[in-house]
Write a protein that binds this ligand. Structure first.
Ligand SMILES: CC(C)(COP(=O)([O-])OP(=O)([O-])OC[C@H]1O[C@@H](n2cnc3c(N)ncnc32)[C@H](O)[C@@H]1OP(=O)([O-])[O-])[C@@H](O)C(=O)NCCC(=O)NCCSC(=O)C[C@@](C)(O)CC(=O)[O-]
Length: 315
């Protein structure tokens, strides 16, 4: 489905925006980690295969965390080998060396640690203070790199607001970003975990990070859509020069340790906007919508994505 097929004028690349955006698809990890009913491993594998088939080149697969903390992803050992042969990048989350061991044993080549800008979420999500968590990640990043990892990502949660602490000062985000970069992370994903940011706050944070010497090329953005601001926030980040955007097929998601986190920015809504701006993604929107419809059928409820709803059954 293209704008041409809908009778809309063909988009021209918008000035000041990138020609291409890489989408870091998080539906199979961030999306499914929050599901109450257990999703069978084979369904997860099929979901990941379909996402790759729709043209997504980075499909976050699962997490090697403590199974009691995130029971939905307790099948990481069974799932990863089912998708390892796909011709796409398959990052996995690893909180500590135990998680890294498990990931490396299965041949994972892209790993992500996940830090917090706030003490409350660091405690809730990792049972550590912010600095204890950073100390836990340091040997993980060093060993991942020594063992030839293609990329180490550092997630950073609660970059704008925190359900326990309220607005988050940019200085806290800068501190954790610098620490993750200094320990060797190649990419930093700035998370609006509870979806409270607005575009002005996104621009202000990116400006503060730039002033602190954090290179924009190393940044990705990760928005949740609680207040319907995720697309506007993404556009603000693109205008600032960010070219990697996290999104979740069908708008699945949330975080089990942040009570007000709702679904992620839906990948379909993102693709619709980017293609409309003349920005390439490599994603076949029709196939992606069909994938989210299929997954919604497995989960027994409709996708919250506007684009999925608008295009359902039209392909
Ligand atoms: C970090 C811990 C493990 C600390 O949890 P802890 O209880 O402090 O663990 P510990 O270090 O004290 O170890 C206790 C036991 O757990 C075992 N253990 C320890 N680690 C592992 C492991 N990796 N795999 C399997 N087992 C493990 C370890 O071996 C030990 O076993 P024992 O000796 O007692 O038999 C725990 O807090 C945890 O797993 N947290 C993960 C929480 C999580 O996954 N949250 C969701 C992801 S973050 C997110 O969604 C936000 C994001 C990224 O999307 C961005 C955004 O939106 O903001």
């Amino acid at each position: 489905m293209s704008t041409l097929e809908l009778g809309l004028p063909m988009p021209v690349p918008a000035p000041g925006l990138p020609a291409r955006v890489r989408i870091h698809e998080v539906g199979a990890r961030d999306g499914l980690q929050n599901e109450k009913a257990t999703v069978p491993t084979e369904v997860k594998a099929e979901f990941i295969r379909r996402l790759a088939d729709a043209g997504l080149t980075t499909v976050e697969a699962t997490s090697f965390v403590h199974p009691k903390w995130v029971p939905q992803l307790a099948d990481a050992e069974q799932l990863f080998p089912l998708v390892a042969d796909l011709p796409v990048a398959l990052p996995v989350l690893v909180p500590n060396e135990r998680g890294l061991d498990r990931a490396l044993a299965l041949g994972a080549t892209r790993v992500a640690v996940f830090a917090s800008a706030t003490e409350s979420f660091a405690k809730a999500n990792l049972n550590r203070t912010v600095d204890e968590a950073l100390a836990m990640f340091e040997p993980v990043v060093a060993r991942a790199k020594a063992e030839g990892a293609e990329q180490v990502r550092g997630y950073l949660s609660m970059c704008f607001g925190d359900p326990w602490e309220g607005p988050v000062p940019a200085s806290q985000v800068v501190h954790v970003c610098r620490a993750l970069l200094d320990m060797g992370c190649d990419e930093l994903s700035l998370g609006d975990t509870i979806g409270v940011a607005t575009p002005g706050q996104v621009s202000a944070l990116l400006t503060a990070l730039g002033a602190a010497g954090v290179p924009t090329e190393a940044l990705a953005v990760h928005f949740h859509d609680t207040y319907g601001q995720a697309l506007a926030n993404t556009l603000a980040a693109l205008q600032y020069g960010v070219t990697t955007v996290d999104a979740s097929a069908g708008g699945l998601g949330g975080c089990p340790y942040a009570k007000s986190a709702t679904g992620n920015l839906a990948t379909e809504d993102l693709v619709w906007m980017l293609h409309g701006l003349g920005i390439e993604t490599g994603v076949d929107l029709g196939r992606l919508v069909a994938t989210s419809e299929w997954m919604a059928g497995r989960l027994g409820r409709p996708s919250p994505s506007r684009t999925v709803r608008a295009l359902s059954h039209k392909e």
